[in-house]
Every structure is written in structure tokens, then in C-alpha cells.
Design a protein around this ligand. Structure first.
Ligand code: ATP
Ligand code: MG
Length: 392
């Protein structure tokens, strides 16, 4: 029925002179999303409007779903595009549209015409009145409501004429690739995939690091992280997932440092290694799934202790979220079912019975001096043996 979609975008419009860069990025992401499904599509940018033209048979639901995964879109409007062959034809087209799209024909409506093509003989006001009258004549049970219409019938007169009334909500945000790149510390839990998704939604490209501790953590635990990265990548585009073998560092810390400080010190080494890869790949920040007070390692003092080792900004988009808020997002983005699979992670295995909740930085730094002898070599080895998987 529909041969095209009008793509509505929000904040991109605020970008002044850079606007076309954002629009281009959005077109690129839409093309990328549509490449994954069958059908031929043409994505065009025209006078501040982006259209997806369907040039072959296509599946409506699949197409809307694919476009709906692209960040930067606030609404997807299935649109009728008709030739501009005079007002008599337009009347017929509008009736035809209403009959096909709103067959109930008993709702309230308003016509919102826009004459972008000033050569058209009727102006916007005249179009509103005339077309409103035409609809009332054809569908006696319809009523006009200019304040809260159930159907807002948009008629845009350009070279061609665009008729639409449905707006399918998009995810919002900004197109990926318009705001630099960041390195996500991705575990198998609920929080970090959500954190990565949220930053990607702001237009940031994502790469990821996972700290693996075989044989304490299994291949299946690793596969779970790969699966989570895959799900996030459906929105964010391909993710370079760095799988770091963290066992020797963990065992060394376990051997040399007070056990109540293990989690904090481990976390500090994770940050250091993540930062290494971040800098190597041009990332401008780190991302974690931490939320204040969720566990001992996420008190204000603990967060300060992990921040202490990073020279890059650490982004924690779920910092003020309750667990349920995070779960809600993970359900929406479809990572939840994978996140709750019961595979162990390296932090739960080496966790102390009574971890410090208010670590003192000087004390932690002092404990880390116990590692002086071998830690540099172990870090180097971990970095050298890191496996990089391209997940898409
Ligand atoms: P998540 O649900 O993301 O696992 P969590 O509530 O289990 O978070 P922690 O285990 O304390 O919290 O981890 C806090 C953050 O540290 C995680 O959100 C993640 O960003 C990072 N992190 C923890 N473990 C790992 C790991 N094995 N590999 C990579 N990052 C990790
Ligand atoms: Mg975790």
C-alpha cells in the first residue's frame, strides 16, 4: 500500500551548519539497517526531509522494524506520494488515502496542509478547508476536530504531493558515528549492555572489552558476552570486542592483596587495560554499567577509586537508575533474556565475603604496591594475548 516512508528526526535539526552531516549520517545508518532485509530501497535527502522509497516488493512490518532500530529517528511515517496533476486529482487521492488507511471512517480529523511549492494554486489554508470539506462529503461519519484530532492528515505539496497520517515512534537519539567513539566494559550482566546502548543512542560508536578468566569462567560465559554484544550491535553497528585473558592478573592480586580490597583493585586493573585499548583505537571515553550503591564496588568511594586510574572520562549512563529502571531498558532492547542466563563471571568468583565499601585511595594504592614485581609484565602479556572479535 505504501511505497515510501517519511523519516522524522529530532535533535539533528538543532545542529545548524552541521545539519547536513547529521542528515548524511542518518541516511547512511538507515541504508545500513535496510541492507539486512530483503527488498530494494532508495534513501533520499531532500529539503530537510529524509525519505525511504521502496522500489520493489517489501515486507511492511520488517521494514518498519529495521528503520525503527536506527538512532536519530523520532518518527516513521508511511506516506502516499502522488503526482501533482491538479486539485481535482488531489481530491481523489485524499479520499483514496482515507479509504485505504482509515477504513473505519468514523473518527475525528484535521487536515494539516503545507504548500512548500508556492506555484500551487491553493495556499495552505485553502487546502485545509477544501480537503476537509471533501473528506466530510465522502465520509459523513467523520468529524473535524482542530484541537485533538484522532487523525492528523498531513498533505505536503512539493514537486510531488505527500499524504500521511500515521507516525510510528522511533528511538530518538542521534545517528551512530556523529559523536565519536567510546570503549564499553561489557560483562555478562544486565547493566553494561544497557549502558553501552544508551551511549550509542547519543550517536557514539562503541567498541568493547570483556575480561575473561578461564578456567574460572567458561567458554559459555564468553559466548554470552558475545551474544550481548551482537544484540547491542543491531543498534550500534559492528562492535570490536576485545576479550582479555584476565586470569593471571586476578590470581596475582588474590595472592598479594588484602581480600577485602580485591574487587576494587581488580576493577582498577580492568580500567587500566580498557583505557589502553581505548587509546589505541581512538576512543574518547570508557563506559561502565555502574549505578550508585548497587553493590560494594559501586559506592561513591569505590567509584572514585576506579576513576582514579583512568585519564579518560568514564561514562556511567545508568548511574542514577534503580535496578528496575535498568531492567526495563534491557527488556526493551532485548538483552535481558541473555543477561539473566546463569553463567559465572570473573568478579563473582574472586569476590570477598566482606568487601570494603569505603575504600581509602591511599590504602588501595599502597596495597597495589605489593604487585610491583610482576604486574607490568602480566598487564603486557594480557594485552598481547587479547583476542579481538568483530561482532555484528
Ligand atoms: P553488569 O550487570 O554490567 O555486569 P554489575 O551490576 O554486575 O554490572 P559489577 O559486576 O560490579 O556490576 O560491574 C560493574 C561494571 O564493571 C559493569 O557494568 C561493567 O561495565 C564492568 N565489568 C564488570 N565485570 C566485567 C568483566 N568481566 N568484563 C568487562 N567489564 C566488566
Ligand atoms: Mg556483573
Amino acid at each position: 500500500m505504501f511505497k515510501a516512508f517519511l523519516i522524522k528526526y529530532g535533535e539533528i535539526g538543532l545542529k545548524g551548519k552541521n545539519r547536513h552531516l547529521f542528515e548524511d549520517a542518518l541516511c547512511k545508518q538507515i541504508r545500513h539497517a535496510l541492507r539486512k532485509i530483503e527488498g530494494e530501497y532508495l534513501v533520499t535527502r531532500d529539503q530537510g526531509r529524509i525519505y525511504v522509497h521502496c522500489q520493489s516488493e517489501y515486507d511492511y512490518d520488517e521494514t518498519v522494524h529495521a528503520i525503527g532500530m536506527v538512532f536519530g529517528i523520532v518518527g516513521i511515517c508511511p506516506v502516499f506520494i502522488v503526482e501533482n496533476t491538479g486539485f481535482e486529482d488531489l481530491k481523489k487521492d485524499v479520499i483514496d488515502y482515507m479509504r485505504q488507511v482509515h477504513p473505519e471512517a468514523n473518527q475525528t480529523f484535521k487536515v494539516a496542509a503545507r504548500r512548500a511549492n508556492k506555484a500551487y494554486p491553493l495556499n495552505s489554508m485553502e487546502l485545509n478547508c477544501e480537503l476537509g470539506g471533501v473528506i466530510l462529503d465522502a465520509f459523513p461519519e467523520m468529524k473535524v476536530d482542530v484541537h485533538k484530532p484522532e487523525i492528523m492528515l498531513n498533505v505536503e505539496v512539493r514537486q510531488k504531493i505527500y499524504i500521511y497520517s500515521k507516525v510510528i515512534p522511533g528511538l530518538g537519539g542521534m545517528p551512530v558515528g556523529t559523536n565519536g567513539k567510546a570503549m564499553l566494559l561489557l560483562s555478562g550482566g544486565i547493566d553494561s549492555p544497557v549502558a553501552g546502548w544508551m551511549i550509542a543512542k547519543r550517536g557514539v560508536k562503541i567498541d568493547a572489552v570483556y575480561f575473561h578468566a578461564p578456567p574460572y569462567t567458561s567458554e559459555r560465559a564468553k559466548q554470552k558476552v558475545v551474544d550481548l554484544a551482537k544484540q547491542v550491535a543491531k543498534y550500534s553497528g559492528p562492535i570490536y570486542l576485545h576479550v582479555v585473558n584476565f586470569t593471571d592478573i586476578q590470581l596475582y592480586i588474590y595472592d598479594k592483596c588484602p581480600h577485602d580490597e580485591l574487587t576494587i583493585i581488580m576493577r582498577r586493573y580492568m580500567m587500566r587495560i580498557a583505557e589502553h585499548f581505548a587509546k589505541e583505537t581512538g576512543c574518547l571515553g570508557l563506559i561502565t554499567g555502574e549505578s550508585i550503591g548497587q553493590v560494594a564496588s559501586q559506592t561513591m568511594q569505590s567509584l572514585a577509586a576506579t576513576d582514579d586510574v583512568s585519564t579518560l572520562p568514564v561514562y556511567r549512563p545508568v548511574i542514577g537508575f534503580d535496578k528496575q529502571d535498568i531492567v526495563d531498558v534491557s527488556l526493551k532492547i532485548d538483552t535481558y533474556e541473555t543477561s539473566i542466563l546463569p553463567y559465572e563471571d570473573c568478579c563473582t568468583i574472586f569476590v570477598a565475603k566482606h568487601p570494603v565499601t569505603k575504600p581509602n585511595l591511599n590504602v588501595i594504592r599502597k596495597s597495589e604496591r605489593n604487585l610491583d614485581e610482576k604486574i607490568d609484565a602480566l598487564m603486557e602479556e594480557a594485552i598481547k594475548t587479547t583476542e579481538v572479535l568483530v561482532v555484528s
